[in-house]
Write a protein that binds this ligand. Structure first.
Ligand code: GLN
Length: 287
């Protein structure tokens, strides 16, 4: 093909993605261009009138084609930002969601950066919660559980990438089993699967088709992992310890009652809203 300018390549890709009906077409095209043409955001704008290398343009078109089929940009690029840090992601793990960052903010309200504490992450996935907390709190140590070996491999890569491998232990385990029952933890973090089976039909094609169902759906009512883990969390926490669990926006009542019915948490459970004013995080303190 004759000389093409970067701006033409970008415009064509954006139009193609727009026609395909995927989320954020222009942003996807920009992210792919930054990666393939090795440009940062500012350079991308500066180079709009430059001609692009034909081979690189073909590489770029191939990414756009994958995106047009619905594959999420984060999987195609292999990274997603969470709390300002880059995390490796892949088809075996959920793509980090912005609302999960609010759990990290709650941890920052609870501990100072100098505090020494022990935490567990129930269902770590790509490791975002465990790794971010270990990174922000240099004296914290943690155990991160997941049932999926593929997820654990990605989480361990992320721990290495962020220099916290020595302080986070990754363990293949079902967090609904009594593995950490010795009341040692100051903090438990959890973003379990919480969608119900019916919701899987309603969510976007990109999520349902490409992200791991095991990280999204928790039984017919979406609450199997909340029910299964609440008593485990109760026995793993030390007295005065806190759990932050992400839940679905319709699960506030049910999650409150599940945690409140554990004697260790009774009367010390709160459901907090996210920035969109949806019920999102269970905060419970062990009495
Ligand atoms: N918030 C996710 C979604 O909207 C669900 C994440 C989860 O189940 N932990 O798809």
């Amino acid at each position: 093909m004759a000389d093409q300018k970067l701006k033409e390549v970008l415009a064509r890709a954006t139009a193609q993605l727009n026609d395909a009906g995927v989320d954020s077409p222009a942003l996807s095209a920009q992210l792919f261009a930054e990666k393939v043409f090795d440009l940062n955001r500012v350079q991308l704008i500066m180079e709009l009138e430059s001609s692009v290398d034909t081979e690189k343009a073909a590489e770029f078109d191939a990414l756009v084609k994958r995106r047009a089929s619905g594959e999420p940009a984060a999987y195609i690029l292999g990274v997603k930002e969470f709390f300002g840090f880059d995390f490796k992601v892949g088809p075996g793990v959920l793509i980090p969601r912005p609302e999960t960052e609010e759990i990290v903010e709650k941890v920052q309200q609870l501990f100072s950066t100098e505090d020494e504490f022990l935490f567990a992450d129930f269902g770590t996935g790509s490791g975002i919660l465990a790794v971010t907390v270990a990174k922000l709190f240099p004296k914290a140590r943690g155990i991160a559980l997941d049932l999926s070996p593929a997820a654990l491999a990605i989480a361990q890569d992320n721990a290495r990438l962020h220099g916290v491998s020595e302080r986070v232990l990754f363990v293949r385990a079902d967090f609904n089993e009594p593995l950490l029952a010795d009341a040692k933890f100051d903090l438990i973090l959890a973003n379990p699967p919480y969608l119900c089976e019916a919701e899987l039909d309603e969510i976007s094609y990109e999520v349902a088709e490409f992200e791991p169902v095991s990280a999204l759906v928790s039984g017919p009512d979406g609450d199997e992992d909340i029910k299964g883990s609440a008593p485990r969390i109760a026995s793993a926490l030390k007295q005065g310890g806190t759990v932050f669990m992400e839940i679905g926006y319709l699960q506030g009542k049910v999650a409150h009652s599940i945690f409140d019915s554990c004697s260790e948490f009774s009367g010390c459970v709160e459901v907090q809203k996210d920035l969109s004013e949806h019920d999102r995080v269970v905060v419970a303190k062990k009495r």
